[in-house]
Design a protein around this ligand. Structure first.
Ligand SMILES: *[C@@H]1O[C@H](CO)[C@@H](O)[C@H](O)[C@H]1NC(C)=O
Ligand SMILES: *[C@@H]1O[C@H](CO)[C@@H](O)[C@H](O)[C@H]1NC(C)=O
Ligand SMILES: *[C@@H]1O[C@H](CO)[C@@H](O)[C@H](O)[C@H]1NC(C)=O
Length: 126
């Protein structure tokens, strides 16, 4: 699935925030896109339940450009439903989310920090 356009929009957004917020040289900082480890392919989430989304933080770069993350639900390449979590440190490695009341079916999560990383396809049921 291709999120390039979406990424560019967010990259521009964060680049702007960064330019406004800091005078540190950009080249001294690193883009960090940790892979999502849960949910995985075959995971089934029931609407209303709480789950910890997890991702691999075993090898972060020294200087992360943007360490504040948010998580969106994606279906057919489009963000769907409410933002699942926002304003957390992507160095945490997990964040608890509540499954929103969306149409049951296949979904992916996208974890945004500097850029975005999508989970395997999992399922949401009633
Ligand atoms: C991280 O940032 C510090 C301070 O800006 C700099 O001295 C250091 O060289 C940077 N490290 C890397 C790996 O970019
Ligand atoms: C999420 O992880 C935290 C810390 O390990 C734990 O306290 C909490 O119960 C977990 N939530 C769920 C829904 O498993
Ligand atoms: C984001 O999180 C920080 C630290 O937990 C907190 O101080 C800040 O108020 C939060 N901002 C928003 C918009 O929720």
């Amino acid at each position: 699935m291709n999120f390039t356009i979406l990424f560019n929009v967010f990259a521009l957004f964060f680049a702007t925030l960064f330019a406004l917020g800091s005078a540190a040289p950009l080249q001294a900082r690193d883009v960090y896109v940790p892979p999502i480890t849960y949910p995985h392919a075959g995971t089934v989430w029931k609407i209303g339940n709480h789950h910890n989304v997890t991702w691999d933080v075993s090898n972060p770069p020294q200087n992360i450009t943007n360490s504040i993350g948010f998580i969106e639900l994606v279906t057919n390449g489009r963000i769907t439903g409410p933002t699942l979590a926002s304003n957390f440190s992507i160095l945490l490695g997990r964040i608890e989310v509540q499954v929103p009341d969306v149409k049951p079916g296949p979904y992916q999560l996208v974890l945004f920090g500097d850029s975005g990383n999508d989970s395997p396809i999992f399922h949401i049921t009633k």
